[in-house]
Design a protein around this ligand. Structure first.
Ligand code: 4AD
Ligand code: MG
Length: 431
């Protein structure tokens, strides 16, 4: 009773009445053992769900010795069951322990005894035995594949740009630096400059990758390492990119509910996120709304956390904020014609949470150089980037979508750490 049986195993989710009367082998973690004296009921879990086993006679004393959450291989006959939650059950005739779990475990993987998030994250591998939690990561995988499918359909190709870089990508101070063969190097905060350069040879590119921000902020929505879905397209402007983002978000969510309903149905969030179109408002309109609620904000002020919270009450679901003040946006964002104080930019919000930032880029090399100077950046550090703008750089636009934040919405999670396997923040570097 070993590898051949494991190879031929039946998964919990596929067990059904057609198996009745047949012999089967199954593998899983011993979730529960209810000892009634003459008969015992066991719940065993594999990656697809739980199955019920029944034990009598000698088997009972064997099961009394097994620690919960140990892995067992069982062989037996499939039979009818009276249990409501199962289609059939396994009358266990043989059992072998493949791996023993300590008792007590640091957290309860069944989720019946709740643990604090920090404790769960310290034992993440074990935390994933909880079906609700491992489902978050099944959904993550499905959403990644849906996003890729969508972007291919829009003629984007996936690229990989370096994460070890020689100069600060977008300016700003929030970069991790380190020594790289006696030179100073940084971890990429975004693929911004590379993806813009790539529109010159590839027109439409996207990248799904981790990026790094040395932000000291300790919030439920910031991590030092997060996954961004970045895209960049030649000849499109920021309104075209908003249209693409709108379609991407809506079609991904719809596809998720239609084709991955088994995974998503546990999160009970369908009404909260199903939308037909995503409303668009301007930065100026947001200011007016917020002033009406007593916030003291001048044109050019960034929307603070309390302001975003209030805005989230007016717009609790997805909405775009467009036409941000130029001074709030990075050097590469294009100004509006005849209104240089406004930029061709947008953010996609979900309530208070920023999900996407994007815009039309400046593609005139001289103007771009001036923009760098205006923002107090040294054009010499950007010479490799600036020279590409003299090689027939197309007008282009793009955006970056915070993938972990999108996952927070899809799974109703209030903390970004919940949807990231091994989160990195100001305090957390292990496991
Ligand atoms: O708004 P950000 O900083 O924009 C850029 O990086 C631009 N280069 C994108 C562009 O193409 N114009 O980051 C993009 C998104 C944010 O809207 C947010 O959702 C997410 O990435 N994000 C973070 N997520 C988790 N932790 C952090 N520290 C994040 N910083 C940004
Ligand atoms: Mg942003």
């Amino acid at each position: 009773m070993q590898q051949d049986d494991i190879r031929d195993r039946i998964f919990a989710s596929t067990l059904n009445k057609d198996h009745i009367g047949k012999n089967a082998s199954l593998v899983g973690w011993l979730e529960d053992f209810r000892d009634m004296g003459k008969i015992g009921f066991v719940t065993i879990r594999d990656m697809t769900g739980n199955f019920q086993g029944v034990v009598v006679g000698e088997m009972l004393s064997e099961f009394r010795e097994v620690q919960r959450q140990s892995i067992i291989l069982v062989k037996g006959t499939i039979q009818e069951t009276r249990a409501e939650n199962f289609k059939v059950e396994v009358k266990i005739e043989k059992m072998k322990i493949l791996s023993t779990a300590v008792n007590p475990l640091p957290i309860d993987p069944t989720g019946r005894v709740k643990s604090l998030m920090d404790k769960r994250l310290d034992c993440r591998a074990l935390d994933l035995r909880n079906f609700r939690i491992s489902n978050i990561f099944r959904i993550r995988s499905s959403v990644l594949s849906l996003i890729r499918k969508f972007l291919y359909s829009k003629m984007f190709i996936e690229v990989n740009t370096p994460k070890i870089i020689g100069s600060a990508t977008e300016g700003g101070a929030d970069l991790f630096d380190f020594e790289y063969f006696s030179k100073k190097a940084y971890l990429a905060q975004s693929p911004q400059l590379y993806k813009e350069q790539l529109t010159l040879g590839l027109e439409r590119v996207f990248e799904i990758s981790p990026y790094f921000r040395a932000e000291p902020s300790h919030t439920v929505r910031h991590l030092s390492e997060f996954i961004s879905v970045d895209l960049e397209a030649a000849f499109l402007d920021y309104v075209d990119i908003m249209d693409i983002v709108q379609e991407l978000v809506i079609s991904t969510i719809n596809d998720l509910f239609v084709n991955h309903n088994e995974e998503i149905k546990h999160f009970e969030n369908k009404p909260a996120i199903m939308v037909d179109t995503i409303p668009r408002t301007t930065y100026q309109k947001c200011l007016d709304d917020l002033r009406g609620l007593g916030e003291k904000l001048e044109f050019g002020d960034d929307l603070s956390d309390p302001a975003l919270k209030k805005l989230g009450e007016i717009y609790p679901k997805f909405y775009f904020i467009t036409d941000w003040p130029t001074k709030l946006k990075p050097f590469y964002i294009l100004e509006q014609e005849n209104k240089c104080e406004l930029s061709k930019s947008f953010d996609l919000q979900y309530g208070y949470l920023e999900i996407v930032s994007g815009g039309t880029r400046e593609h005139d090399p001289e103007k771009l150089e001036n923009k760098l100077l205006e923002k107090g950046l040294n054009p010499k550090s950007f010479s490799d980037h600036l020279k590409t703008f003299e090689w027939g750089m197309p007008p282009h636009s793009g955006c970056g979508l915070g993938f972990d934040r999108l996952m927070m919405i899809l799974t109703n999670s209030s903390n970004i750490r919940e949807v990231v396997l091994y989160p990195r923040d100001t305090d957390r570097l292990t496991p």
